[in-house]
Design a protein around this ligand. Sequence first.
Ligand code: PAF
Length: 281
Amino acid sequence: MNVVETKQDLRNTLESFMNNQQSIGFVPTMGFLHEGHVKLIEEARKANDVVVLSIFVNPLQFGPNEDFDSYPRDAVRDDAIAIQAGVDVLFRPQVEEMYPEEPSYTVSVQNRVNVLCGKSRNGHFDGVATVLTKLFHLVQPNRAYFGMKDAQQVAVIDGLIEEFHFPIELVPVQTVREEDGLAKSSRNVYLNEKERAEAPILYKSLTRAKETIVHGERKKQVIIDQVSSLIESESSGTIDYVELLSYPDLKEVEVINGKIIIAIAVKFTNARLIDNITIEV
Ligand code: PAF
């Protein structure tokens, strides 16, 4: 695996692949890799000649009271996982490499952001769209891989690729879960023992909701109430949101029809967990 830290080294490394018309699969991450990331790398490995992984904890997508400084980082462990998973090129820039000065241009996302996490994380998706715009220009991948655990992020990137005419195929990859259903996340390490035991209720509440819809329920509010009361009764976490929207355009629906997403965010003492399920009715 080739590890590069500068834009110039990345360009030099990718040049020969591009000249040889080799396809590039790109997996952008913020590191502290887990099985969810490995799944993205594996999917990229299957469909492309070259796999590029980026590890960059992007300050632009963290709010002033969010966990940028304490976001988990472990370069040695990440390298071992990336090599094992079959990454060809690892791009790990420092903040100064990506943002040499205070940015004077940023991407402002207008659609699909005033719901779910976007509602409480002001500017978060502008930060994601800005860094991905830079990374897409640097890597020029044929395909880019993102986990459906952050389904709103996938929806926003879908819009970014479309509106900015990136010649990139977006590949959404299903959420990887622990045996008890908890979605894998770098932030799970922040849960205390009791919270970790309670956390599987997030996915359980979503699968119960899916069953209710499969059995014929079509009223949004019934589903939201069912999910909320299950989480409230079986966990000490505080619900940030439980929403049911159309997917991927993330519009309000009253009656369940077509492709929808049920998405939840729950705050525990030191971790805010998100999860979702998409259903085609
Ligand atoms: O999902 C993430 O890890 C980040 O939001 C991403 C896509 C790497 C952009 O910084």
